[in-house]
Design a protein around this ligand. Structure first.
Ligand code: B12
Ligand code: SF4
Length: 476
């Protein structure tokens, strides 16, 4: 079935972005649309200001305007949609985590938005385009829409079959977004989708609610390896970083993947995970297969709080054990921590988090500030207790510099903690780790000693030279 407009439709696709990074969700949906034969122009707001995009959409021949947004960038997305709609009546379809959570209320609130994708969008977008302009459009699964002023939300479709996804369109993103120089050459990849947990501050629970356990899927390993080979050849990253929500929730698949990476590519890799998955057996595999990096969520140093308010059932002992195993295996560790919880009036929890980190001594500590994401349990609590400063929330695009809770300011505190744990920044810590790994600690100390000695030796010789030569050297 193809719409009355055929494959001739021109789509403007905007990825709301504020970080040098690749938009996985936006990329997959845009890639699926191109793969189905439609014409699409991809915009990344990190590189194209929204007034340029709006000008393009108004003046170029586009038939549909699609946009992908998370919560923090949604006010900016609305601004762009309004700018376009003021001048051109083009149908607007919005997708992403935020529209998935707030679908109906967005359609009720913003008349400029015509359609919302609730949940995953690859097949939905194709069905949408195929049936555009016909009545069957209103039967497309995962679609919410307004008709005669009334908002409707269609039933959900099953989660995407990851073995059928078209290749990811890396060419939509500039090299500097693909290879993370700020992380010393990491390249984010994914092998799975979904996470079985339901932490009270995380949006993952929304997908779990929509799809149930079927949301957890692993890509065919051969597809992942093909992609890694392509990326390795084209971008030569220094490390492949699996940004999957919880790659280790498929232990056998993950182990098979790591073993295949070692056999077929022999490149360093890393991942995000929870301490529950770190066992001596797993660490042994990680060690043998070239794992160099693991970021592990702690979130708060107080065990009782973690359990009661964050729904994270892990003990401090488990955390200490997991970090000690990873460190013994010579894997660089980052701990993920959050400060500024709604109930932390006197920084008591923050102090406990600092204390736990001092004990486990990760190579790097990442600290973010609690942000109440709509649809999460902690957001509901904050709303009930009237804790959120709505204006601050509207102006906040990331969660590393300030709290959005009323009367709370954490600018100073977060700087203080970062300088306590990361005095020289991530790159320094990771490069130091790499050199140490390459040469061993003894050789590294020897090299530093040699370097310092040779510097002193050269200085001695220079001091003995006539003044005219010395000043020439200085100038050079
Ligand atoms: C990997 C990851 C990252 C990576 C890459 C993110 C990216 N841009 O894709 C990095 C590290 C860069 C990152 C950064 C951030 N992230 Co992040 N990240 C994730 C993580 C772990 C997985 C995301 C993912 O790949 N999902 C799989 C894809 C396929 O799903 P998806 O993105 O939702 O896309 C599907 C649908 O939404 C839909 N869709 C999406 N767009 C469109 C558009 C149209 C037109 C249609 C039809 C459909 C559609 O189809 C897609 C494919 O099926 C999630 C956790 C989670 N549970 O999702 C958090 C998560 C998405 N991140 C989150 C946040 C807050 C951020 C940051 C803002 C953090 C910060 N720096 O302050 C930044 C923002 C980056 C940016 N875009 O500007 C939050 C978002 C919460 C929310 N309600 O908005 C999440 C949910 C985690 C959480 N805290 O709850 N993140
Ligand atoms: S474990 Fe991580 S991805 Fe899973 S629900 Fe908790 S915070 Fe979200």
């Amino acid at each position: 079935m193809v719409s009355i407009y055929g494959l001739d439709m021109n789509i403007a696709f905007v990825y709301m972005n504020n970080e040098k990074n690749v938009g996985r969700g936006a990329g997959y949906v845009a890639g699926a649309i191109i793969n189905a034969g439609y014409k699409l122009k991809f915009y990344d707001t990190l590189y194209s200001p929204i007034d340029t995009i709006s000008h393009d959409i108004v003046h170029e021949k586009f038939d549909i305007f699609m946009i992908s947004s998370m919560t923090m960038l949604f006010p900016e997305a609305i601004k762009l949609i309004c700018m376009v709609k003021e001048k051109k009546n083009i149908p607007v379809l919005v997708g992403g985590v935020h529209p998935t959570i707030e679908g109906r209320s967005i359609l009720e609130q913003y008349k400029q938005i015509d359609f919302i994708c609730i949940g995953e969008g690859e097949s939905m977008a194709i069905d949408f385009l195929h049936s555009f302009g016909t009545d069957s459009l209103f039967g497309v699964q995962n679609l919410a829409y307004r008709r005669n002023g009334i908002v409707h939300a269609n039933p959900s479709r099953p989660p995407e079959d990851l073995s059928k996804l078209p290749p990811f369109p890396w060419e939509f993103f500039p090299n500097e977004s693909i290879v993370q120089q700020g992380l010393g050459g990491f390249l984010y990849v994914t092998a799975s989708r979904g996470c079985p947990y339901n932490c009270t501050y995380c949006s993952n629970g929304i997908y779990l609610k929509q799809y149930g356990k079927n949301y957890l899927r692993f890509k065919p390993i051969v597809h992942v390896i093909e992609e890694l080979k392509f990326l390795n050849k084209k971008y030569s990253p220094r490390l492949f970083y699996f940004g999957d929500e919880m790659i280790l929730s498929y232990p056998e698949k993950a182990v098979e993947l790591f073993v295949t990476i070692k056999r077929e590519l022999n490149v360093p890799y890393g991942f995000m995970c929870r301490v529950e998955y770190i066992s001596p057996e797993l660490v042994d595999v990680l060690k043998r297969t070239g794992c160099q990096y693991a970021s592990v969520g702690i979130e708060c140093g107080n065990e009782a709080f973690r359990l009661k308010y964050l729904n994270r059932k892990m003990s401090n002992q488990q955390i200490e054990y997991a970090f000690s195993m990873l460190k013994k295996a010579n894997i660089f560790t980052t701990s993920f921590n959050m400060i500024g919880y709604p109930f932390d009036n006197d920084d008591y929890l923050t102090e406990e988090t600092i204390r736990l980190n001092k004990k486990i001594r990760p190579n790097n500590m990442q600290v973010s500030i609690f942000y109440p994401f709509p649809g999460t349990k902690l957001y509901e609590r904050c709303i009930k207790m009237d804790l959120i400063d709505i204006q601050k929330m509207k102006n906040t695009k990331e969660y590393f510099s300030e709290s959005v809770l009323k009367g709370v300011s954490l600018r100073k505190k977060i700087k203080e903690i970062n300088s306590l744990f990361n005095p020289h920044g991530f790159i320094f810590a990771f490069e130091f780790y790499r050199i140490k790994r390459e040469f061993g600690l003894k050789k590294l100390i020897y090299l530093i000693e040699m370097f310092l000695r040779s510097k002193a030796f050269i200085r001695k010789i220079i001091n003995k030279l006539p003044r005219s030569i010395k000043s020439f050297i200085k100038l050079a």
